[in-house]
Design a protein around this ligand. Structure first.
Ligand SMILES: [Ca+2]
Ligand SMILES: [Ca+2]
Ligand SMILES: [Ca+2]
Ligand SMILES: [Ca+2]
Length: 315
């Protein structure tokens, strides 16, 4: 838990550095970018490609730079119209990871990784099943690719209802927590750009998750069980609320029940009670303060204060 808070604190310190602060960006894809040597560059800091376009045989390569060395990052397709595949390359262009369908539906998701010392992450978007990034696909359509550096908060009970939801500080885009029997965890992510597209994925969990999306009035507007990896849940192509928030609730899927156990007349639950730990990541555009402003300094100071509180509580 302290490690999670420490990650958030590091982000605050990076902002405090002033020169390291970078505006979030949304840029269109630019051809030619079909190969690693012709990859689209000058993508400074976290941000998104939107929209990109893929035609049959097309591959789009990107180089994100000026990321924070050692920070955790994750990548997802936030919106699109075809069955995507995304991959990560090292600085020599060698493919070091890829994913086809771990995001919502047929969209792709790269699990959290660590930004290398040079602050560069190379990515490619192509159509399924082109895992070799050689254009071996017939997909055509548009996509939005999003890279986020992760700032974590931890599940803090009680947060079992919309009214009792846990409001997260500006800049927090990931949560780690634990679900026990009958538990629900409500989180509101804040200070996002209103009415912009977002995706959300349970990137890890040791139980069968369900994810619910609520509007700011507490009305359930979407629910997902298994659109992510395996039994994990995910959303894509959703809009940040007009007040700049996203409210999600994570819980465990109801147990399957056998109609009758052999030789008995009672319903019998299949498997162990549901619960365990999880990590949830939101891919959304934060409202980025003006560089070198007083607001930035305040955010950095608040991060340090938060860390000190955690240290004291843990001591
Ligand atoms: Ca291309
Ligand atoms: Ca796919
Ligand atoms: Ca809870
Ligand atoms: Ca599920």
């Amino acid at each position: 838990m302290c490690r999670s808070f420490w990650a958030g604190c590091l982000t605050g310190l990076a902002l405090l550095g002033g020169g390291a602060a970078r505006a979030d960006f949304v840029v269109p894809e630019e051809e030619p970018n079909d190969t690693f040597p012709t990859r689209q560059q000058n993508l400074s800091g976290p941000g998104r490609i939107g929209m990109g376009a893929v035609a049959p045989g097309d591959v789009d390569n990107f180089q994100f730079s000026d990321l924070t060395p050692g920070a955790q990052f994750a990548v997802a397709i936030v919106d699109g119209t075809f069955d995507t595949l995304i991959a990560r390359r090292d600085d020599a262009g060698v493919i070091i990871g890829s994913d086809n369908d771990s995001g919502a539906g047929l969209y792709s998701l790269l699990l959290p990784g660590t930004v290398p010392g040079n602050g560069v992450v190379n990515l490619a978007v192509t159509g399924s099943p082109d895992g070799g990034l050689v254009g071996g696909h017939l997909a055509a359509g548009n996509y939005m690719l999003d890279l986020r550096q992760l700032a974590f908060a931890a599940d803090a009970e009680p947060n079992d209802t919309f009214a009792g939801r846990q409001s997260l500080a500006a800049g927090i885009n990931a949560v780690t927590g634990t679900i026990v029997a009958g538990d629900v965890d409500f989180f509101t992510f804040t200070d996002l750009v209103p009415n912009t597209l977002f995706a959300a994925s349970v990137v890890a969990a040791d139980f069968d998750t369900v994810l619910d999306l609520f509007n700011p009035a507490g009305v359930l507007i979407a629910s997902d069980d298994n659109d992510g990896f395996g039994l994990l849940s995910a959303f894509a192509s959703r809009l940040v609320a007009a007040d700049g928030t996203i409210t999600l609730a994570i819980s465990a899927a109801p147990l399957m029940q056998a109609p009758f156990a052999p030789g008995a007349n009672e319903l019998v639950a299949l498997g162990a009670p549901q619960g365990g730990s999880y990590t949830l990541v939101v891919f959304a555009q934060p409202v980025v303060p003006e560089p070198a402003s007083v607001a930035l300094l305040a955010a950095g100071a608040a991060g340090l204060a938060g860390y000190r509180r955690v240290r004291r509580a843990a001591a």
